[in-house]
Design a binder for this molecule. Structure first.
Ligand code: NAP
Ligand code: HSE
Length: 428
């Protein structure tokens, strides 16, 4: 290495240009804090001619990110292209093989290949850092691997997708349609190149899988995660849940129980007055519970140019300062295979049913719930102009198989006029 730490950046979209701007704007500040100057030497993207709103004239251009990753004048390869495989993975592997440190914001790549990449990086004696991959500007990877290293973590949960939280917030507070709210989130630079990654819960699931690995000392096991996106969350449910004192969030929960490692990323109800219930817009929140610290709550912008570039630069600065940490908080070869939970923890559930408005309809529903061991905590029937009565039920804590059995049996009562909606109420 020369005195200056030299970055090669592959990917000059929302995050990449954000990183370029910080390096240019804060050259003196970064040098003072890190003890060495940081400079960009080479860059890569698909289109060389695109106007990206930043001055890139002084950097060498490479069409191929793999070639960039191997350049002798690059000390740290910064991967900001995205994609689980393809050029991102090829260039990351090439950088590690060439003895370069890697900083990436790519949760998809790490959720699928994190173990192999971590083993390769640790064998090569280089850093592979990914703060920006989880919860944008919130330094949650650092919190888990460093500040909370003295804890046995019991649960990690949170809202980790800015796009989904933004959409749900705007549907709730501005009455926007799903499509209108999505267009706004896209305009803010939150949305992935493949939007299904966001709204399908996959992106947030990738992030939760990475945190679970650090928290529980297990290999990243994204394939065992229960995933459900926000596509089926209706404005009706947002309103009705609000009436009952809840907000609907795409909530991730990872916890090690006697049943194994439980990992869920699903729409859930949380109390409106709770910190998670009050989270609006593209903001993310991660709640970590440990045996010594009890509970900490981290909140901040989860996506967008500045916040994500901020996290990338945090990793770069650690590398300049000479820090070396195992990728997932302990040597990759010591990470245990994650035992997938065979059942999810019992919970209270929100049920919304549309019933025919005739004598005995509600009694039939109550009977099915009772027969499946489900006790009703609260119930509300709304005024209705037509012959269909909207009914909300909040159950007492129940096991998911009991709920599923009841949901299968309910159509047999002949009193439902539409498919029932069931959402988990998370204790937060
Ligand atoms: P983006 O705006 O779509 O930018 C992607 C960049 O990668 C573009 O500059 C593109 O080139 C370049 N690229 C794509 N394929 C390439 C290839 N084969 N060779 C060379 N360059 C290629 O994406 P982004 O939002 O910045 O996200 C980048 C990464 O950060 C992703 O892993 C994403 O999940 C992650 N992330 C994003 C955010 C966020 O808020 N946006 C937050 C956290 C993490 P062109 O510009 O020429 O097309
Ligand atoms: N698409 C992601 C989001 C970007 O909306 O949260 C941040 O990872």
């Amino acid at each position: 290495m020369t005195d200056t730490l030299r970055l090669g950046i592959a990917g000059l979209g929302t995050v990449g240009t954000g990183v370029v701007k910080i390096v240019q704007r804060h050259a003196e500040l970064l040098s003072r804090r890190c003890g060495r100057p940081i400079a960009i030497t080479a860059i890569s993207a698909r289109s060389r001619d695109k106007d990206r709103g930043v001055n890139l004239r002084h950097y060498a251009w490479e069409d191929d990110p793999v070639v960039l990753a191997r350049r002798p004048d690059v000390d740290v390869f910064v991967e900001l292209m995205g994609g689980a495989d393809g050029p991102a993975k090829a260039a990351t592997e090439a950088a590690i093989a060439a003895g370069k440190h890697v900083v990436t914001a790519n949760k998809a790549m790490l959720a699928h290949h994190g173990q192999a990449l971590a083993e390769a990086a640790e064998a090569a004696g280089v850093n592979l850092r990914f703060e920006a991959a989880v919860a944008g500007g919130i330094p949650v990877v650092k919190a888990l691997t460093e500040g909370l290293a003295g804890n046995a973590v019991t649960r990690v949960m949170g809202v980790m997708n800015g796009t989904c939280n933004y959409i749900l917030t705007r549907m709730d507070d501005a009455g926007l349609t799903y499509e209108e709210a999505f267009a706004e989130a896209d305009g803010l630079g939150y949305v992935e190149a493949d939007p299904e990654l966001d709204v399908g819960g996959i992106d947030a699931g990738h992030k939760l899988a990475l945190l679970a690995s650090i928290a529980f000392g297990t290999r990243v096991s994204f394939d065992d995660m229960k995933l459900e996106g926000i596509g089926k969350v209706s404005i009706d449910d947002i309103r009705r849940a609000g009436d009952l004192g809840y907000k609907i969030k795409l909530l991730g929960v990872a916890q090690m129980t006697g049943r194994g490692l439980e990992q869920r990323m699903t729409p859930c109800l949380v109390p409106s007055a709770s910190p998670l219930g009050q989270l609006v817009g593209g903001t993310n929140m991660v709640v970590i519970e440990g045996d010594a610290v009890e509970q900490i709550v981290l909140r901040g912008p989860g996506a967008g140019e500045g916040p994500t570039a901020s996290a990338v630069m945090g990793d770069v600065c650690d590398i300049v300062r000479g820090m070396k940490l195992p990728v997932f908080g302990q040597p990759a070869e010591t990470l245990a295979p994650a035992p997938p939970a065979n059942a999810e923890s019992p919970a209270c559930f929100y049920l919304r049913l549309e019933l025919v408005d005739k004598p005995g309809a509600l009694a039939k529903v109550a009977t099915v719930l009772g027969e499946n061991g489900i006790s009703i905590d609260r119930m509300r029937q709304y005024d209705h102009p037509g012959a269909h009565a909207p009914v909300l039920i909040v159950t007492h804590k129940t096991a998911r198989p009991n709920l599923d059995a009841a949901l299968s049996a309910l159509p047999g009562t002949g009193v439902l006029t539409g498919a029932p909606v069931a959402l988990r109420i998370e204790e937060v």
